[in-house]
Write a protein that binds this ligand. Structure first.
Ligand SMILES: [Zn+2]
Length: 273
Protein backbone atom coordinates (compact mmCIF):
# COMPACT_ATOMS: atom_id res chain seq x y z
CA UNK A 1 0.00 0.00 0.00
CA UNK A 2 1.03 3.60 -0.44
CA UNK A 3 1.89 6.04 2.35
CA UNK A 4 -1.52 7.67 2.80
CA UNK A 5 -3.28 4.29 3.06
CA UNK A 6 -0.78 3.04 5.62
CA UNK A 7 -1.10 6.21 7.70
CA UNK A 8 -4.90 6.13 7.53
CA UNK A 9 -5.00 2.47 8.55
CA UNK A 10 -2.83 3.27 11.58
CA UNK A 11 -5.04 6.19 12.60
CA UNK A 12 -8.18 4.07 12.16
CA UNK A 13 -6.73 1.22 14.22
CA UNK A 14 -5.80 3.50 17.12
CA UNK A 15 -9.12 5.37 17.12
CA UNK A 16 -11.16 2.16 16.90
CA UNK A 17 -9.04 0.59 19.65
CA UNK A 18 -9.43 3.66 21.88
CA UNK A 19 -13.18 3.55 21.34
CA UNK A 20 -13.31 -0.18 22.17
CA UNK A 21 -11.21 0.39 25.31
CA UNK A 22 -13.50 3.20 26.44
CA UNK A 23 -16.61 1.22 25.64
CA UNK A 24 -15.70 -2.18 27.07
CA UNK A 25 -12.87 -1.60 29.53
CA UNK A 26 -13.76 1.84 30.83
CA UNK A 27 -10.37 3.27 29.83
CA UNK A 28 -10.92 6.95 29.24
CA UNK A 29 -8.42 9.22 27.51
CA UNK A 30 -8.45 12.97 27.13
CA UNK A 31 -8.90 14.30 23.58
CA UNK A 32 -5.21 15.27 23.56
CA UNK A 33 -4.15 11.76 24.59
CA UNK A 34 -6.28 10.26 21.82
CA UNK A 35 -4.86 12.75 19.31
CA UNK A 36 -1.25 12.04 20.33
CA UNK A 37 -1.84 8.27 20.23
CA UNK A 38 -3.51 8.54 16.83
CA UNK A 39 -0.68 10.63 15.36
CA UNK A 40 1.96 8.28 16.78
CA UNK A 41 0.11 5.20 15.50
CA UNK A 42 -0.35 6.76 12.04
CA UNK A 43 3.38 7.59 12.01
CA UNK A 44 4.21 4.10 13.27
CA UNK A 45 2.24 2.69 10.36
CA UNK A 46 4.77 4.33 8.02
CA UNK A 47 7.88 3.45 10.00
CA UNK A 48 8.56 0.02 8.38
CA UNK A 49 8.92 1.69 4.97
CA UNK A 50 11.86 3.74 6.24
CA UNK A 51 13.75 0.79 4.75
CA UNK A 52 13.32 2.33 1.30
CA UNK A 53 16.10 4.70 0.52
CA UNK A 54 15.73 7.74 -1.68
CA UNK A 55 16.90 6.16 -4.88
CA UNK A 56 13.72 4.16 -5.36
CA UNK A 57 11.11 5.58 -7.69
CA UNK A 58 8.35 7.66 -6.23
CA UNK A 59 4.80 6.35 -5.68
CA UNK A 60 6.02 3.43 -3.66
CA UNK A 61 5.32 5.12 -0.37
CA UNK A 62 8.63 4.48 1.29
CA UNK A 63 10.58 6.98 -0.72
CA UNK A 64 8.00 9.58 0.25
CA UNK A 65 8.35 8.73 3.94
CA UNK A 66 12.11 8.91 3.65
CA UNK A 67 11.84 12.53 2.53
CA UNK A 68 9.82 13.65 5.58
CA UNK A 69 12.74 15.48 7.18
CA UNK A 70 14.75 16.10 4.04
CA UNK A 71 18.29 14.77 3.75
CA UNK A 72 18.30 13.70 7.42
CA UNK A 73 15.55 11.15 6.93
CA UNK A 74 16.94 10.07 3.55
CA UNK A 75 20.15 9.25 5.35
CA UNK A 76 18.26 7.36 8.09
CA UNK A 77 16.41 5.39 5.40
CA UNK A 78 19.72 4.48 3.76
CA UNK A 79 21.06 3.23 7.11
CA UNK A 80 17.85 1.32 7.94
CA UNK A 81 17.86 -0.33 4.50
CA UNK A 82 21.49 -1.42 4.79
CA UNK A 83 21.00 -2.60 8.37
CA UNK A 84 17.92 -4.63 7.35
CA UNK A 85 19.86 -6.16 4.48
CA UNK A 86 22.59 -7.04 6.97
CA UNK A 87 20.08 -8.81 9.25
CA UNK A 88 18.68 -10.62 6.21
CA UNK A 89 22.05 -11.78 4.98
CA UNK A 90 23.20 -12.81 8.45
CA UNK A 91 20.12 -14.92 9.19
CA UNK A 92 19.20 -16.25 5.76
CA UNK A 93 19.08 -20.01 5.32
CA UNK A 94 20.10 -22.04 2.29
CA UNK A 95 16.78 -21.68 0.49
CA UNK A 96 16.35 -17.96 1.06
CA UNK A 97 17.33 -16.07 -2.11
CA UNK A 98 20.26 -13.67 -2.15
CA UNK A 99 19.23 -10.04 -1.94
CA UNK A 100 20.96 -6.76 -2.55
CA UNK A 101 18.24 -4.52 -1.08
CA UNK A 102 16.79 -4.66 2.41
CA UNK A 103 13.26 -3.42 1.62
CA UNK A 104 10.49 -5.52 3.19
CA UNK A 105 12.85 -7.53 5.34
CA UNK A 106 13.70 -6.81 9.00
CA UNK A 107 11.43 -3.79 9.46
CA UNK A 108 8.51 -5.90 8.22
CA UNK A 109 8.72 -8.53 10.98
CA UNK A 110 6.90 -8.87 14.30
CA UNK A 111 10.13 -8.80 16.37
CA UNK A 112 10.86 -5.37 14.84
CA UNK A 113 7.40 -4.13 15.90
CA UNK A 114 7.93 -5.43 19.42
CA UNK A 115 11.45 -3.98 19.62
CA UNK A 116 10.46 -0.53 18.42
CA UNK A 117 7.41 -0.50 20.73
CA UNK A 118 9.51 -1.54 23.70
CA UNK A 119 12.18 1.04 22.83
CA UNK A 120 9.59 3.80 22.62
CA UNK A 121 8.09 2.91 26.01
CA UNK A 122 11.54 2.61 27.55
CA UNK A 123 12.47 6.09 26.28
CA UNK A 124 9.20 7.61 27.47
CA UNK A 125 9.54 5.96 30.88
CA UNK A 126 13.17 6.99 31.35
CA UNK A 127 12.92 10.56 30.12
CA UNK A 128 9.22 11.35 30.59
CA UNK A 129 7.68 14.31 28.89
CA UNK A 130 10.74 15.37 26.86
CA UNK A 131 11.11 11.93 25.30
CA UNK A 132 7.41 12.03 24.52
CA UNK A 133 7.88 15.38 22.79
CA UNK A 134 10.75 14.00 20.68
CA UNK A 135 8.78 10.90 19.74
CA UNK A 136 5.71 12.98 18.89
CA UNK A 137 7.85 15.29 16.74
CA UNK A 138 9.25 12.40 14.71
CA UNK A 139 6.02 10.44 14.44
CA UNK A 140 3.86 13.48 13.67
CA UNK A 141 6.22 14.28 10.79
CA UNK A 142 5.75 10.80 9.34
CA UNK A 143 1.98 11.01 9.92
CA UNK A 144 1.70 14.40 8.20
CA UNK A 145 3.75 13.18 5.29
CA UNK A 146 1.56 10.10 5.03
CA UNK A 147 -1.88 11.55 5.62
CA UNK A 148 -1.45 14.71 3.58
CA UNK A 149 0.98 13.49 0.97
CA UNK A 150 0.07 15.98 -1.74
CA UNK A 151 0.23 18.92 0.63
CA UNK A 152 3.52 17.66 2.07
CA UNK A 153 4.98 17.21 -1.38
CA UNK A 154 4.04 20.77 -2.34
CA UNK A 155 5.02 22.30 0.99
CA UNK A 156 8.40 20.55 1.14
CA UNK A 157 10.21 19.06 4.09
CA UNK A 158 10.97 22.36 5.86
CA UNK A 159 7.27 23.11 6.30
CA UNK A 160 6.52 19.52 7.34
CA UNK A 161 9.31 19.71 9.93
CA UNK A 162 8.01 23.05 11.25
CA UNK A 163 4.46 21.66 11.47
CA UNK A 164 5.73 18.62 13.39
CA UNK A 165 7.66 20.91 15.72
CA UNK A 166 4.49 22.90 16.35
CA UNK A 167 2.54 19.74 17.17
CA UNK A 168 5.33 18.61 19.50
CA UNK A 169 5.40 22.04 21.19
CA UNK A 170 1.62 22.00 21.60
CA UNK A 171 1.83 18.52 23.11
CA UNK A 172 4.59 19.60 25.50
CA UNK A 173 2.59 22.63 26.59
CA UNK A 174 -0.57 20.65 27.30
CA UNK A 175 0.48 17.16 28.33
CA UNK A 176 0.76 16.48 32.08
CA UNK A 177 4.42 15.79 32.88
CA UNK A 178 4.05 13.28 35.69
CA UNK A 179 3.41 10.07 33.79
CA UNK A 180 5.27 7.37 31.89
CA UNK A 181 3.09 7.31 28.78
CA UNK A 182 3.29 3.53 28.27
CA UNK A 183 0.59 3.80 25.61
CA UNK A 184 3.03 5.50 23.22
CA UNK A 185 5.05 2.32 22.70
CA UNK A 186 1.84 0.43 22.12
CA UNK A 187 0.79 3.00 19.52
CA UNK A 188 4.09 2.68 17.63
CA UNK A 189 4.01 -1.13 17.77
CA UNK A 190 0.38 -1.37 16.66
CA UNK A 191 1.13 1.05 13.82
CA UNK A 192 3.98 -1.21 12.64
CA UNK A 193 1.80 -4.33 12.86
CA UNK A 194 -0.98 -2.61 10.90
CA UNK A 195 1.59 -1.65 8.24
CA UNK A 196 2.71 -5.27 7.90
CA UNK A 197 -0.89 -6.47 7.63
CA UNK A 198 -1.46 -3.84 4.93
CA UNK A 199 1.55 -5.05 2.96
CA UNK A 200 0.33 -8.65 3.27
CA UNK A 201 -2.66 -7.95 1.02
CA UNK A 202 -0.44 -6.48 -1.71
CA UNK A 203 1.80 -8.38 -4.10
CA UNK A 204 4.86 -10.21 -2.76
CA UNK A 205 3.83 -10.38 0.91
CA UNK A 206 6.05 -9.84 3.96
CA UNK A 207 8.34 -12.13 6.01
CA UNK A 208 5.97 -12.16 8.97
CA UNK A 209 7.14 -15.57 10.24
CA UNK A 210 10.77 -14.46 10.75
CA UNK A 211 12.70 -15.76 12.70
CA UNK A 212 10.93 -19.13 12.54
CA UNK A 213 12.81 -21.44 10.16
CA UNK A 214 10.55 -23.48 7.88
CA UNK A 215 11.92 -25.73 5.14
CA UNK A 216 15.36 -24.15 5.27
CA UNK A 217 13.85 -20.73 4.79
CA UNK A 218 13.64 -18.05 7.42
CA UNK A 219 12.44 -15.23 5.19
CA UNK A 220 9.41 -16.76 3.55
CA UNK A 221 7.23 -14.01 2.10
CA UNK A 222 3.73 -14.50 3.46
CA UNK A 223 0.67 -12.87 1.91
CA UNK A 224 -2.43 -13.56 -0.05
CA UNK A 225 -1.90 -15.07 -3.55
CA UNK A 226 -0.63 -12.55 -6.09
CA UNK A 227 -3.71 -13.04 -8.26
CA UNK A 228 -5.92 -11.77 -5.43
CA UNK A 229 -3.52 -9.12 -4.20
CA UNK A 230 -4.56 -5.47 -3.95
CA UNK A 231 -2.73 -3.46 -6.62
CA UNK A 232 -0.57 -0.78 -5.01
CA UNK A 233 -2.16 2.58 -5.76
CA UNK A 234 -5.09 0.87 -7.55
CA UNK A 235 -8.80 1.57 -7.18
CA UNK A 236 -9.39 -0.92 -4.36
CA UNK A 237 -6.66 0.67 -2.29
CA UNK A 238 -7.32 4.33 -3.07
CA UNK A 239 -11.13 4.24 -3.04
CA UNK A 240 -12.39 1.21 -1.07
CA UNK A 241 -9.73 0.87 1.61
CA UNK A 242 -9.11 4.58 2.24
CA UNK A 243 -12.84 5.24 2.47
CA UNK A 244 -13.24 2.36 4.92
CA UNK A 245 -10.35 3.62 7.11
CA UNK A 246 -11.77 7.15 7.07
CA UNK A 247 -15.27 5.97 8.02
CA UNK A 248 -13.90 3.81 10.85
CA UNK A 249 -11.89 6.79 12.13
CA UNK A 250 -14.82 9.20 12.04
CA UNK A 251 -17.22 6.73 13.68
CA UNK A 252 -14.68 6.04 16.44
CA UNK A 253 -14.16 9.76 17.07
CA UNK A 254 -17.94 10.21 17.29
CA UNK A 255 -18.22 7.19 19.61
CA UNK A 256 -15.41 8.50 21.81
CA UNK A 257 -16.39 12.13 22.15
CA UNK A 258 -19.95 12.76 21.09
CA UNK A 259 -21.60 10.85 23.98
CA UNK A 260 -19.47 12.88 26.38
CA UNK A 261 -20.64 16.06 24.69
CA UNK A 262 -24.25 14.90 24.93
CA UNK A 263 -23.88 14.05 28.60
CA UNK A 264 -22.45 17.45 29.32
CA UNK A 265 -25.30 19.12 27.50
CA UNK A 266 -27.76 17.07 29.55
CA UNK A 267 -25.98 18.09 32.74
CA UNK A 268 -26.21 21.72 31.72
CA UNK A 269 -29.93 21.29 31.14
CA UNK A 270 -30.22 19.69 34.58
CA UNK A 271 -28.18 22.42 36.21
CA UNK A 272 -30.26 25.19 34.70
CA UNK A 273 -33.51 23.70 35.92
ZN1 LIG B 1 6.02 -1.79 3.72
Amino acid sequence: MMGPSHALSGAAAWLAGSWALAQFAGVSQSPLEVAVGTAVCAGGALLPDLDMSGKVTRNQGGATVARTFGVASLFVAEVVEKFSLGVYTATKLSRDPRRDNGHRTFTHTLPFCALIGWGTTALATAYGKWAVVGIVFFMAGLALRGLFDEWAERAGWVIVTLASAFIAWFTAANLPGDRGYPLLGLAVAIGCVVHILGDMITKNGVPILWPIPINRRMWRMVGIPNSMAVRVGGKVEVIVLRTAFTVISLLSIAGLFVPGVLERLNLDVWASR
